[in-house]
Ligand binder design. Structure first.
Ligand code: ADP
Ligand code: MG
Length: 702
């Protein structure tokens, strides 16, 4: 249960003054939390951190204020000059002076009563805003702040600037954040006292107050002590929850999975190729883990096309030899079916019974599969989220493989392992994540890496092409088709949108059909499963030769003889995603090309992204570059995991903190596995604050 002292932070933002449903909707666009399943809360506002400040400390006097500068001025009010009656286009001017000169405060569509009240003639006032010089005369249009000189104390001289969205006024957001801060209860300190001293960390509340009420530009930079403190909180919350998951996994004793090797031999004999040295190496590591009585928890990392599937298959066969069953979980139906269609013919030769289970298997077919899993006549099941369902029971699930791991949350990882008696677990990811990120995302998992691609692969030629040359591109595609090549054509969106002018996949499909007729296929996320399958099958077998698609083909889809991929609006995709997409070609022995079609002008980051892609195919290097360009939050898609504050800990600044947090978390749980000590209790508060409730739930379950 959530500690009740956190209640004031878990109220909806609409309970704050000045925040109605409309403002709340706008606030939901800027808070750093996943709001798919809940509304924005006061606590989310605390983690909405400023990106910069407005410095109002400059008080040069009227005559010395530079054009465009933000200044704060002590002035005396001389006279008001309202616009002529009925003429709304002339502004209301209030003339003021100080020792250095005279200026006008200018207001459009002014409320005269309000101006007379805030700027009475003869009064000494402080105004702050942007200085404008026009024809040698200074003025300030709509000052940001106006206060009587004797009440100007409280005027914020350094103001935080928050991410805003159209319609959300800075003042409204600041006021809401101010209220959230005021509701922050006294919390126990969860950080180690010695570490606090060494790092000169302020307390949690102090850190938040300092960042939201900066006294100096330094206060809102990631290097500031206050910022580092919060970054450390975020990282520690992540590490503790991963350590809890891991402890939970290891708590259940595993079993030895060893067999006579007969099925493995049969499988190897059926493979049309030899395994690469990395594949062999990974298999050896997995075999060793499986043979141990401890529970296995291993991450298999390998760039797209490095051949992870066959490694998974051989490992699953080992589990079956040992008398158990195995499950392979894929993030999409297309992928699950693709795995099934590669694995099934091989498995058959080794006498393994394989089934596929997604949301689509229904009725009698489904009942048959469920029965086979329960009575053990099915050895290996390949599926999607459908495998988590309650009705799915195994006779003896001994081994679980999760493909494209980062799409599944910790929850789901646990859900599948709960279906067996402490099954060994292999998670596979094609996103080549730098080591530091493996730790933040997965904690202390063992890692195997496929570092080489199968022999005979040709490098992919990557070119960038501005959209003006579309016709030329179509000409080249026509040539390629004449040579019998297969082409992916990727578009960013499914439907036309008014806001962004993107060619929808359907429009592109229609246009290419005009050129190439029925050889052009279409697949996108809004199609139903059977149609998707059919489109993939037709392309795979060559009935269609151009496949217009959205990013549904991003992950793992395997059509080895596709040699060209065109990515339309390449500037809209992230680096990792572009790399994944490009990996759809270059899977066979023929030379391949990736065309990045873009709409000029390219922004700075987009230019950098596209040139990284042109320079290298090394997924690990691309991941490092991506990290530099974007920060790890986006890279891992942690936004989806719904952890508040995910943006605080930019690892490029705080990599050192990660190492500290790792050992801190491990030590903490060794000494106090149930988090019952005083510090442990405080850590629970931290976990709730950072949305790691699932980790706390594990404690209770334990
Ligand atoms: P990924 O790691 O992206 O999941 P896949 O497992 O889909 O890669 O494999 C990509 C392609 O490479 C498949 O067509 C597969 O049959 C093939 N492949 C896998 N291992 C080898 C190998 N050792 N030699 C040749 N081809 C291989
Ligand atoms: Mg794969």
């Amino acid at each position: 249960m959530r500690p009740s002292l956190l209640d004031p932070l878990f109220v909806p933002v609409t309970s704050l003054d000045g925040v109605g449903p409309k403002v709340a909707t706008l606030i939901e666009k800027v808070v750093p939390a996943d709001l798919t399943a809940r509304e924005a809360r006061a606590g989310d506002l605390l983690f909405t951190l400023p990106s910069s400040i407005i410095d109002r400390r400059n008080r040069p006097g009227i005559a010395l204020s530079a054009e465009g500068a933000i200044v704060t001025l002590d002035v005396r009010v001389d006279r008001h000059q309202p616009p002529p009656r009925g003429n709304r286009s002339v502004p209301y001017r209030v003339f003021v002076h100080d020792d250095t000169g005279e200026m006008a405060l200018t207001f459009f569509h002014a409320n005269a009563t309000w101006l007379e009240r805030s700027l009475p003639v003869g009064e000494h006032v402080v105004v702050s805003g942007r200085m404008e010089w026009f024809n040698g005369r200074p003025s300030m249009v709509h000052p940001d702040h106006i206060a009587f000189a004797d009440k100007a104390e409280g005027l914020p001289l350094v103001e935080p600037v928050y991410p805003l969205t159209a319609g959300l006024h800075a003042k409204v957001l600041r006021r809401a954040i101010g209220q959230a801060l005021a509701r922050l209860p006294a919390l126990p300190e969860w950080q180690d006292a010695e570490l606090m001293r060494r790092q000169t960390f302020p307390g949690f509340a102090d850190a938040l107050r300092r960042i939201h009420n900066p006294a100096d530009p330094i206060d809102v930079s990631p290097e500031a002590a206050a910022w580092r403190r919060l970054a450390y909180d975020e990282i520690l919350a992540g590490q503790v929850s991963l350590a809890l998951v891991r402890a939970n996994v290891h708590k259940h004793v595993g079993r030895r999975l060893q067999g006579d090797g007969a099925r493995i031999e049969a499988l190897r004999a059926a493979l049309p190729y030899r395994l690469t040295a990395s594949q062999e190496q990974a298999l050896t590591e997995i075999d060793v883990d499986m043979a141990k009585p401890d529970r296995m928890l291993r991450l298999l990392q390998g760039d797209v096309g490095s051949g992870k599937t066959v490694v998974a298959l051989l490992a699953m066969a080992r589990a079956v030899e040992a008398g158990g069953q195995a499950a392979l979980m894929a993030p999409t139906e297309i992928l699950a079916r693709q795995h099934f269609s590669t694995i099934a013919p091989l498995a058959e030769k080794a006498g393994l019974a394989v089934a596929v289970l997604t949301g689509r298997e229904k009725g009698r077919e489904r009942a048959g599969i469920l029965e086979g899993l329960e009575n053990g006549s099915i050895d290996i099941v390949i599926g999607t989220h459908a495998l988590f369902q309650e009705t799915v029971r195994f006779r003896d699930l001994a081994f679980a493989v999760v493909d494209e791991q980062h799409r599944f949350g910790v929850h789901q990882r646990l859900a599948i392992t709960a279906k067996g008696e402490a099954p060994d677990m292999l998670v596979m990811t094609a996103t080549p994540i730098p080591r530091t990120l493996v730790l933040t995302a997965f904690g202390d998992m063992d890692v195997s890496r496929l570092t080489e691609k199968p022999a005979g692969r040709q490098p992919i030629r990557t070119v960038t092409l501005p959209f003006e040359r579309y016709d030329e591109l179509v000409g080249r595609i026509s040539d390629a088709l004449a040579e019998g090549q297969k082409i992916y054509w990727i578009c960013p969106l499914v439907e036309d949108s008014d806001e962004v002018e993107l060619t929808s996949v359907e429009e592109r499909h229609a246009a290419l059909r005009q050129e190439f007729g029925s050889r052009v296929g279409l697949v996108h996320g809004r199609m139903n499963g059977r149609d998707k399958d059919e489109a993939m099958r037709a392309f795979k077998q060559g009935e269609t030769r151009v496949l217009v698609a959205t990013t549904v083909v991003e992950v793992g889809v395997d059509v080895p003889d596709a040699t060209i991929i065109v990515i339309e609006h390449a500037e809209r995709f992230g680096l990792a995603q572009l790399h994944q997409l490009r990996g759809r070609v270059g899977r066979g022995s023929k030379a391949s090309t990736c065309v990045l079609l873009y709409k000029p002008p390219l922004g700075e980051t987009a230019t950098a992204r596209l040139s990284v892609l042109r320079e290298t195919e090394d997924g690990f290097r691309i991941a490092e570059e991506d990290l530099k360009l974007r920060g790890e939050g986006e890279l891992l898609g942690t936004r989806q995991s719904g952890t508040p504050g995910f943006q605080i800990a930019r690892l490029e600044f705080h990599a050192d903190l990660l190492e500290i947090a790792r050992s801190d978390a491990r030590l903490l749980l060794t000494r106090d596995p149930a988090l019952e000590s005083e510090r442990g209790e405080a850590i629970r508060v931290l976990l709730y604050l950072f949305g790691r409730d699932e980790a706390v739930r594990l404690l209770r379950a334990g």
